[in-house]
Ligand binder design. Structure first.
Ligand SMILES: NC(=O)c1ccc[n+]([C@@H]2O[C@H](COP(=O)([O-])OP(=O)(O)OC[C@H]3O[C@@H](n4cnc5c(N)ncnc54)[C@H](O)[C@@H]3O)[C@@H](O)[C@H]2O)c1
Length: 316
């Protein structure tokens, strides 16, 4: 299958490419956005040099003309749309940038998928669309209650997906990944910041209250995204991709301390505006319809992350 993977130089995207390479003709579209080091992204692309049938183009999905030229020449059978500016806190500082990349970029791709009658489209939304009111595992049919511009942009992207599906009969699968972690971790995420500070003997900031995340190992997420893209018949469905367990923040710190064999110094702060206290996935639908199941438990996942961090990450 001809697959266009937007954001393929990113943390999740590079693992999705790794999962799908060999069996498909892949075109990575990525602008190497400077949200964090473009050098990291280039390094991930360089590590794919040995893969067969892979090409990448430096194109901004907000540039409709450049995107259409590429789309028209490649004519993908499937689009896996992961390109976005991620991150909750920066979205409060510059919400318009999120509307551009995460909403306008998504609409540009949907318009091209409609025009060129692409038969499969997978959109990466986020667990953050569920908001703050998480008393139990979140189900896909719950009301969305975004509390940050990033989450609102993802919810808007979902709404455009469903609108284009109804307008143009585009088959679109939406996935909502829950806090992804593992080797190649994004440097703005808590796990990376904690590991770096604990390693260097600096204090880490931990938020007060009942704080926890449904941490999901990156290979499990990549597998779920691949399964959504490869469904025998594309479905207009939304799937949570998570581990189905909440790891309290204190337990995450303990796991990192054990894996790095160093003690953390903790400074407690209030949860900042825009952040949610907890994420927790109900994965029943993804298990039943995609055959998705997260396989890597947190202790093993943190050990794999720490191995990579000590060998490579810490030098970045
Ligand atoms: N990492 C997580 O925990 C997590 C959780 C839920 C959802 N997601 C979603 O998964 C996707 C991938 O996230 P990630 O953690 O790999 O982030 P990432 O920043 O590592 O990857 C995103 C990639 O998109 C590219 N990009 C950004 N704007 C672009 C544009 N205008 N044109 C072309 N390329 C552009 C970036 O250069 C980057 O390589 C995102 O859509 C994110 O919102 C991630």
């Amino acid at each position: 299958m001809k697959m266009m993977i937007t954001g393929g130089a990113g943390f999740v995207g590079s693992h999705v490419v790794k999962r799908l390479q060999g069996d498909h003709d892949i075109l990575i579209v990525d602008s190497l956005h400077p949200y964090y080091s473009p050098g990291w992204k280039q390094r991930r692309l360089n590590s794919m040099a040995g893969y067969k049938n892979i090409q990448w183009r430096k194109v901004d999905i907000c540039s409709q003309e450049a995107l259409e030229a590429l789309y028209a020449s490649f004519q993908p059978d499937c689009v896996i749309h992961l390109a976005a500016i991620p991150g909750v806190q920066p979205s409060l500082e510059d919400p318009a940038a999120y509307v551009d990349a995460d909403v306008k970029g998504t609409v540009n791709l949907l318009s091209l998928a409609a025009k060129y009658q692409t038969s499969r489209f997978v959109f990466a939304s986020s667990s953050s669309v569920y908001g703050t009111d998480v008393a139990g595992p979140s189900r896909e049919d719950e009301e969305l209650q975004p509390v940050s511009p990033y989450a609102a942009a993802k919810a808007a992207g979902e709404m455009f997906c469903r609108t284009y599906q109804r307008l143009y009969h585009l088959p679109i699968t939406i996935v909502r990944p829950f806090t992804v972690y593992g080797p190649e971790q994004r440097p703005d995420m808590a796990l990376w910041k904690f590991a770096m500070k604990i390693y260097h003997g600096e204090p880490i900031t931990v938020y007060k209250g009942r704080i926890g995340r449904d941490y999901t190992y990156v290979n499990d997420i990549a597998d779920g995204i691949a399964k959504a893209a490869l469904l025998p018949a594309a479905r207009n469905r939304t799937y949570n991709l998570g581990n189905g367990k909440v790891v309290p923040i204190q337990d995450l710190v303990l796991e990192i301390e054990n894996a790095l064999e160093r003690k953390a110094m903790i400074e407690w702060r209030d949860l900042p505006l825009g952040d949610v206290p907890m994420t927790w996935a109900d994965t029943t639908r993804a298990e039943q319809e995609l055959g998705f199941r997260a396989m890597v438990p947190i202790t093993e996942g943190i050990r794999r992350f720490a191995d990579w961090f000590l060998q490579e990450g810490v030098k970045r």
